[in-house]
Design a protein around this ligand. Structure first.
Ligand SMILES: Nc1nc2c(ncn2[C@@H]2O[C@H](COP(=O)(O)OP(=O)(O)OP(=O)(O)O)[C@@H](O)[C@H]2O)c(=O)[nH]1
Length: 390
């Protein structure tokens, strides 16, 4: 999978429900801490307008012109404060972070669970307290790895002239931190580069925090808005959170699957089937009111914002026949690839296949039939024909 996102948060915040909403996989959902014992891996989808719409084609790979492009979703074990010290299921959680490019932090906006995830009466816990603790846990985890060999490493850097960035990145490789992250973080901090052995714990914590922010960008999903006090939602939105009802999204996706409604994930409305019971209609009315007010359940928005905004990815469609926008067997716009903004046609060629990357000659913009220069920066929605030696 090109990109994987981790769902994190304290127990009972609704991660498993969120996971089910994005993947419709069957995970256990229950109202007590640690329902999720092991990490769940699934496939979720980002939403975009299918390029077949603008071309007046029917590609067969989208739903009414809405295209869904797969990404990996990791539902990680419940996390409690001080998990980095090995309490609770902390280490299992932290291991999973390695695989993720970004994090969706699911918090219980209703305030109906305490800081450790135990159910309490709605509104009695302040969900804003939950925001900081996850960042702190990840920072302290990075700090722990860095500190483990710091004395030896910092002396080596000074005595043997090891490169600072390279050495720190090497130590944190297992956390998914690369040299480019270290370079950016160090540039922002005023640490005495030539004397890493005198850096204080406070300074190393600051560096760890910067590395966390660089390598694991995070958005906050304020879940359970269907039962949250309005003032909680407002305060959380002010703090940058996206209001979400994972339960509403699960209900809509299941109803769509069963044919009770037609619902396209990310929409702020749905079409009811004519033969529903009164009870079903009533339940759906509640959901409709909620998603009208909030412009959707928020689930799709979280996934899309993580990939497009946080990770700055674009979607590009490779084709073999630039006149008909098809692959060899005539399928229209069969594939969608996620790439980092700034990628070139050659990067795309390597993603399609190593051999195509190695044999890359040039690329053609299928819309304009123009040959693209080697340095061309791919744009979101580009349809590209790659010409390579056989
Ligand atoms: N009202 C409401 N309840 C929700 C929503 N999402 C989850 N819940 C409920 O919150 C409880 C916990 O949900 P889970 O998805 O199991 O939470 P979790 O974070 O995965 O919990 P652990 O597995 O213990 O880490 C369950 O009773 C869910 O039904 C929501 O959007 N609205």
């Amino acid at each position: 999978m090109a990109v994987s996102i981790a769902l994190a948060g304290k127990p009972n915040s609704g991660k498993s429900t969120f996971f089910k909403a994005t993947t419709l996989a069957n995970v256990e959902i229950a109202n007590y801490p640690f329902t999720t014992i092991d990490a769940n891996h699934g496939v979720a989808y980002i939403r975009t307008t299918c390029p077949c719409v603008g071309l007046n084609l029917k590609c067969g790979n989208c739903r009414d012109g809405v295209r869904f492009v797969p990404i990996g979703m990791i539902d990680v074990a419940g996390l409690v404060p001080e998990a980095h010290k090995g309490r609770g299921l902390g280490n299992a959680f932290l291991d999973n972070l390695r695989q993720a490019k970004a994090i969706i932090h699911v918090i219980d906006a209703s305030g109906g669970t305490d800081i450790e995830g135990n159910p309490v009466s709605v509104g009695s816990h302040d969900p804003l307290e939950d925001i900081k603790f996850l960042e702190h846990e990840i920072t302290m985890w990075i700090f722990g790895i860095l500190k483990r060999n710091w004395d030896r490493l910092s002396r080596k850097i000074q005595a043997e002239g090891l490169k600072l960035e390279e050495t720190i990145a090497g130590q944190l490789e297992g956390a998914g931190i690369r040299e480019s992250h270290v370079r950016t973080a160090l540039a922002k901090l005023k640490l005495p580069r030539d004397k890493p052995h005198v850096w204080t714990d406070e300074q190393i914590t600051e560096l760890s925090d910067m590395l966390r922010a660089e390598s694991k960008p995070l958005i906050i999903a304020a879940n359970k808005i269907d039962m949250a006090p309005q003032q909680n939602i407002e305060r959380l939105v002010k703090a940058g959170a996206i209001p979400v009802s994972a339960a509403a999204e699960v209900a809509l996706r299941l109803a769509d699957k069963s044919g009770a409604v037609k619902y396209i994930p990310g929409d702020n409305d749905f079409i009811e089937s004519p033969d529903l019971s009164d009870a079903q209609r009533e339940a759906l009315l509640k959901i409709r009111t909620l998603i009208k007010k909030n412009n959707g359940t928020g689930i799709q928005r979280c996934v899309d914002e993580t990939v497009f905004r946080l990770l700055d990815r674009i979607i590009v469609y490779p084709v073999e026949d630039e006149n008909r926008f098809t692959d060899k067997s005539g399928r229209i716009l069969p594939d969608a690839f996620l790439l980092k903004r700034g990628s070139t046609p050659k990067d795309l060629a390597f993603m399609v296949h190593t051999d195509i990357g190695k044999g890359f000659l040039y690329a053609v913009d299928a819309r304009t039939r123009m040959r693209l220069g080697d340095k061309y920066e791919l744009k979101n929605g580009d349809i590209i024909k790659i010409v390579a030696v056989k």
